[in-house]
Design a protein around this ligand. Structure first.
Ligand code: MEV
Length: 334
């Protein structure tokens, strides 16, 4: 599967699409959101360091809603049925619905919600933030309310808190953004990209729990503050330094920084055997850079290719090295 960058996508950007009034709606009322990948700064961002992340426009979740007289019904890959019977894994989705209802004043109406997604769960690509944002957009459309970006963010954060516990806010902000961003201290700014960059994402095939990975880093920081805060500081420096390489379109330096960031994340204890195998395979095959992306301990690797043809070869290399799935995305110059 090929992921298209924002500028390659022919349809309009992901957003809510109210199709008909809430009363007597016959056409579906939809909210859509795309996935994200972190280029630099995961984990360090939880401690206030800067981070850089890109939207993945072709991996999307669509929430389709209709009003019910009362109650909440869910249709998703994880569960079909009434909220009262929902298992723990569906609680982040339910929290997104309830939070969006609170934000839109729709607390007296029931909701039936269907979730269709191409975003893999628990692979570091922001699935819970994508659920939060798509649900917020769908329920705002159902309530015929304009939800601001900050309100959409707050709904997604409510969902994230249930899914991951402590969240920096980086994932929801990247999911809301149509362009690559720098995220620092809760603030978002679009970043300059001097030349197109082709990235390959490879799924290790193993689920990663962001909550557990964040908890493990916290425990290491408490056990060995000097060493671990040094790693966190360097991850933040790499994120900040990457802005200059991105602006110049300097893939070689950027790629070298990705390899370094991966080594630091491994030292933080959030890599695993499958992720190491994928990064090693990318490096041996001549990728410009590669690192784990997101929470780690499972999940995905992101690798930088010198061009699109090489990106296709790299996808093949990574699948041969054990990747369950691969995708390719181009971040266009902007
Ligand atoms: C998870 O995608 C990114 C982390 O930095 C957690 C967070 O920022 O909340 C690991």
């Amino acid at each position: 599967m090929r992921i298209q960058a924002a500028s390659e996508v022919s349809t309009s950007p992901a957003r809510s699409h109210p199709r008909s009034p809430a009363s007597g709606a016959s056409e579906p009322i939809l909210g859509q959101a795309h996935a994200k990948a972190i280029l630099f700064g995961e984990h360090a961002v939880v401690y206030g360091s800067p981070a850089v992340a890109i939207p993945l426009h072709a991996l999307t979740t669509t929430a389709q809603v209709r009003p019910l007289a009362r109650g909440t019904r869910i249709h998703s890959a994880l569960f079909h049925g009434d909220a009262d019977d929902a298992p723990a894994r569906v609680q982040p989705l339910l929290e997104a619905i309830y939070s969006a209802q609170r934000h839109t004043g729709m607390t007296q109406t029931g909701v039936e919600l269907r979730l269709d997604s191409t975003v893999p769960y628990e692979r570091g690509l922001g699935s819970s933030a994508v659920v939060g944002v798509s649900v917020a957009r769908a329920i705002a459309a159902l309530a015929e309310v304009e939800m601001t970006e900050d309100e959409t963010f707050e709904v997604a954060m409510d969902c994230e808190r249930i899914a991951h516990g402590r969240s920096s806010g980086l994932d929801p902000r990247t999911v809301i953004s149509q362009v690559p961003i720098r995220f620092h201290g809760g603030k978002v700014s679009p970043i300059q990209v001097g030349a197109p960059l082709v990235f390959v994402l490879a799924d290790s095939g193993h689920a990663g729990s962001t909550a557990q990975a964040v908890g493990a880093v916290k425990a290491s920081l408490e056990a060995d503050p000097t060493r671990v805060s040094g790693l966190i500081d360097r991850l933040g420096e790499l994120a900040e330094g990457s802005l200059e390489q991105l602006a110049r379109g300097d893939g070689e330096t950027l790629g070298a920084q990705m390899f370094e960031a991966h080594r630091l994340l491994a030292e933080l204890g959030v890599s695993d055997v499958a992720l190491e195998r994928l990064v090693d395979a990318a490096q041996a095959a001549g990728a410009t850079g590669a690192k784990l992306t997101g929470g780690g301990r499972g999940g995905c690797v992101i690798a930088l290719a010198r061009d699109d043809d090489y990106g296709a070869k790299l996808e093949h290399v990574l699948r041969s090295a054990g990747a369950a799935r691969t995708w390719r995305t181009t971040v266009e110059a902007a």
